[in-house]
Design a protein around this ligand. Structure first.
Ligand code: GAL
Length: 371
């Protein structure tokens, strides 16, 4: 039911379709066990038979015996909680057994996550889905997972272009699923631009004074949203002045403190608060309200993700707008890509999706869908 509404909204807003199945050669490396004794030889033969059986199961659509390892960079992240919950539900819907899906918390620590990946490799999972703590660790992760002959689907934190090119050049069973963060930044800027200068330029100096609260700066989502939200204004010929730019690491409490400080320092000069995600926008809203300011009247506030609480704020006017980060499409595409690898098909090396701009006009519709 949710999926139907979702398809409807996306059909109305989508500019590009997901492309899949363009690779031309596979990762055929297998992990052969050493066979020193007769028993070990027999075990190895049994393993081979099991593997052959598994392939037949997968090809015939029986995924119930397949083991899936999922690494999430940090369980306490609101958006990734929505993502992993939907991912698990969808994998089960597609025929995987719940007990064969293991989802682990990287606790925002790359060495912890690397250890979890090593454990999954030792456990011989059939496919890995990884939301890296540091995208810059992707090369190391890819090397060890490919070496073990396990297909790999990266999600949410995009490795750099050189890394993606390596998958393609080598024909590896590795892909990335995510949305283009530039689009979310552009939508944030447009949410402000569309209000009109008369409304936003509260001090009438012909410029928009803003503060920026960034997510984890290592993350391309944070970099692009920071850049493209402002670019949407300057591209429209609007002059801007940045009063502050701080890192809130995607977290509500950090953003609340940062925005409280900025309001203390710059006071009424702040016209717009850009937050790279909704969790931080919710923190910003607490600070804005404590400072006696009113969103929509004497300050404007935008986020990204379309968390339920943020959507309720958009409906009530206590947030100017947000951008729907489609965790349904992303988790489903990640699972579908994993299934294709398991059934011997190829995937494109980048599988995209679209963001949706959310204002008070469509916030209820999006809320009905995500709730
Ligand atoms: C972004 C999302 C943030 C945070 C981040 C983690 O796409 O908007 O809220 O979850 O991913 O990498």
């Amino acid at each position: 039911m949710k999926k139907k509404v979702l398809s409807f909204i996306l059909a109305a807003t989508m500019m590009t379709a997901m492309v899949a199945g363009c690779g031309n050669s596979g990762n055929t490396k297998t992990d052969e066990p050493a066979t020193n004794t007769q028993d070990e030889k027999e075990d190895a033969a049994d393993d081979k038979e099991d593997a052959a059986g598994d392939e037949t199961d997968a090809a015939s659509g029986d995924l119930s015996t397949k083991k899936v390892g999922v690494c999430i960079y940090q369980f306490s992240d609101n958006f990734m909680t929505l993502f992993r919950t939907e991912l698990e539900n969808y994998l089960v819907e597609k025929g995987f057994s719940k007990e064969n899906i293991t989802i682990v918390d990287g606790a925002n620590d790359q060495p912890t996550q690397t250890g979890q990946i090593d454990n999954f490799i030792n456990d011989k999972v059939d496919v890995l889905i990884v939301n890296p703590v540091n995208s810059s660790s992707a090369e190391t992760i890819t090397d060890k997972v490919v070496e073990a002959g396990i297909p790999l689907v990266y999600i949410n934190r995009e490795p750099d272009a050189d890394e993606e090119k390596r998958w393609e050049d080598n024909g590896w069973d590795v892909t990335y699923v995510g949305c283009d963060a530039r689009q979310s930044g552009t939508f944030q800027g447009e949410l402000i631009k569309d209000l009109g200068m008369d409304k936003v330029d509260l001090n009438g100096d012909g410029k928009i004074q803003y503060i920026m609260i960034e997510g984890d700066p290592e993350n391309v989502d944070a970099q692009y949203r920071t850049e493209f939200s402002v670019k949407a204004l300057t591209d429209a010929g609007i002059e801007v002045e940045e009063l502050d730019d701080q890192v809130g690491n995607w977290q509500q409490d950090q953003a609340q403190q940062l925005v409280a400080n900025a309001l203390g320092q710059h006071g009424e000069k702040i016209e717009v608060v850009f937050c790279n995600n909704d969790a931080m926008a919710l923190g910003a809203l607490q600070a804005i309200q404590s400072a006696g300011r009113t969103v929509g009247e004497d300050i404007f506030l935008v986020g990204v993700d379309a968390l339920s609480e943020a959507l309720e704020n958009v409906i009530n006017g206590t947030m100017t707008g947000t951008v729907f980060n489609d965790h349904f499409a992303q988790s489903h595409s990640a699972a579908d890509a994993a299934i294709k690898f398991l059934t011997g098909e190829k995937n494109d090396y980048y599988i995209g999706c679209d963001y949706v701009k959310v204002t008070s006009e469509n916030a209820q519709e999006v809320l009905d869908m995500v709730k």
